[in-house]
Design a binder for this molecule. Sequence first.
Ligand SMILES: [Zn+2]
Ligand SMILES: [Zn+2]
Length: 146
Amino acid sequence: MNDCPVCRRSMVTFELEGVEIDRCLSCKGTWLDAGELEEIAFRAGVPPAELHRALEEAGKGTSSTRRCPRCGRKLREFPLRSASGEEVLLDKCPKGHGLWFDQGEIYRAVSLFAGEGGHQGSVARFFSDLLKSEIQNRPNEKGESQ
Ligand SMILES: [Zn+2]
Ligand SMILES: [Zn+2]
């Protein structure tokens, strides 16, 4: 099962700096399997400890009408909150299969944990291909020259 939780269309696998992510080309949302958000944050130059803590402390959340693309269970909507109190509303599988990000939320979520120490630039660079693809409405094809 690999359908978009929002529009139920089949998602495509997209590689973001070596991490395989699932994207919906219709609503441009992104599904990340468990642990992939921390992996992406780490590769974007963000220390993953605070992010990991925020995920652990997020609680159960409230029931969403969206469904997990892995098990079909209803996702739980929850606020992912940074130490500075900013938050982004995400959806997670109650069985821990992963997280759903609406368009732009994956960048926002990682940015919240980039802190003040100059990580914002590296995060923006890391996500530039993904953000471009959101504009172009197609996946980053392998072998495409940059
Ligand atoms: Zn979709
Ligand atoms: Zn699931």
